[in-house]
Design a protein around this ligand. Structure first.
Ligand code: COA
Length: 336
């Protein structure tokens, strides 16, 4: 069977308007702007005051369909990568499918935390490559503020809310599209970044609420060490597998968890800082949304161009991590 190649034919994002700055956080917990900036690179993040993850996702998807000039009825499959679904069930993907009117699509959620977008992109690409589907929406969306404890300074400074979406379609141009992927999991790291309450192990009770088990917990130092190694190694691996060097790559598109992890990854790949997409200063860590949010912003600004080779890289809870090599095929907005 000859495989088709999957490529990104549309991209968009949505961030809520309300800003939570470092100085706002100074009033909530014992922290300061300087500590947050130097330890993480974050200056501010966006907060969704009303609504849920599906509301973020729908706004990103609707704009993306407008950009592509197609109707929701043409969509075959919707995958929403999220760790903050609106509800335990139904899936957020089904809510999105209904609200956008994608009546011919099937839909499911995928949970791989901060690597969720890369995992979902990989799954979606298989449906295109094998000829099963021709239009697949991949969304990365998280309302992280819904699982963040704003009395815990170790975590509340890190997260924000956002959504990003891409459309995958087949291409006959063999040199374009999703060229290669490497994905990994290591469940032994699960205990260092988790949310223990709300699932079948610890269903919600007064006790789980009192013990704050419905908030994200992170052993920051331990996760940091694994993330630095994991993200840098897989990004370097995807270059080596494809006989590429840092200079062949137009953009590194890293998951935005910590500026120091991003810098370590760029260094390992031999990529200059000015070729790294960085917006963690404005949005913090938006989990599954970080990578499509970068792609969308840089594409809209005309900086992400057709024919540029880019590497997407992520590390997150699970542990999960991975990298994807893409030859960007979408022309810039002003040229369309
Ligand atoms: N403001 C001020 N001080 C703070 C603080 C805050 N918001 N949060 C923690 N501190 C303090 C700690 O209490 C500690 O003090 P102590 O030495 O007296 O105990 C000190 O600052 C250092 O804390 P530490 O946790 O070692 O900081 P760090 O340099 O590891 O940075 C993170 C913390 C969370 C920014 C960092 O560990 C990190 O980014 N981890 C990985 C995130 C990630 O990649 N996650 C995976 C994907 S989501």
């Amino acid at each position: 069977m000859e495989l088709r190649r999957a490529t990104i034919t549309a991209v968009s994002h949505y961030v809520p308007e309300k800003i939570l700055s470092n100085s706002d956080l100074e009033k909530m917990v014992e922290t300061n702007d300087e500590w947050i900036r130097t330890r993480t690179g974050i200056r501010e993040r966006r907060i969704l005051e009303k609504g849920a993850t599906s509301d973020l996702a729908i706004k990103a998807v609707q704009q993306m369909l407008t950009n592509r000039g197609i109707s929701a009825a043409e969509i075959d499959l919707i995958i929403v990568a999220t760790i903050t679904p609106d509800m335990m069930l139904p899936t957020t993907a089904c809510l999105v499918q209904d609200k956008i009117g994608a009546r011919n699509a099937w839909a499911f959620d995928l949970n791989a935390a901060c690597s969720g977008f890369l995992y979902a992109l990989s799954v979606g690409a298989r449906f295109i490559e094998t000829g099963v589907h021709s239009k697949v929406i991949i969304v990365g969306a998280d309302k992280m503020t819904s699982i963040t404890d704003y009395t815990d300074r170790n975590t509340c400074i890190l997260f924000g809310d956002a959504a990003g979406a891409v459309l995958l379609e087949p291409t006959n141009e063999k040199e374009y599209g999703i060229l290669d992927q490497r994905l990994y999991s290591d469940g032994s790291g699960g205990k260092y970044l988790c949310m223990k309450g709300g699932g079948s192990l610890n269903p919600p009770t007064h006790e789980t609420i009192d013990k704050k088990m419905h908030y994200v917990y992170q052993d920051g130092k331990t996760v940091f060490k694994s993330a630095v190694i994991g993200m840098a190694e897989v990004a370097a691996e995807i270059l080596e597998r494809n006989h590429l060097k840092g200079e062949d790559i137009a953009w590194l598109v890293p998951h935005q968890a910590n500026l120091r992890i991003i810098d370590a990854t760029a260094k390992r790949m031999g990529i200059d800082r000015n070729k790294v997409m960085i917006n963690i200063d404005r949005y913090g860590n938006t989990t599954a949304a970080t990578i499509p949010l970068c792609l969308s912003e840089w594409w809209q600004a005309g900086q992400l161009k057709r024919g540029q080779k880019i590497v997407l890289a992520a590390f997150g809870a699970g542990y999960t991590w991975g990298a994807t090599l893409v030859n960007w095929s979408l022309t810039n907005p002003e040229k369309r």
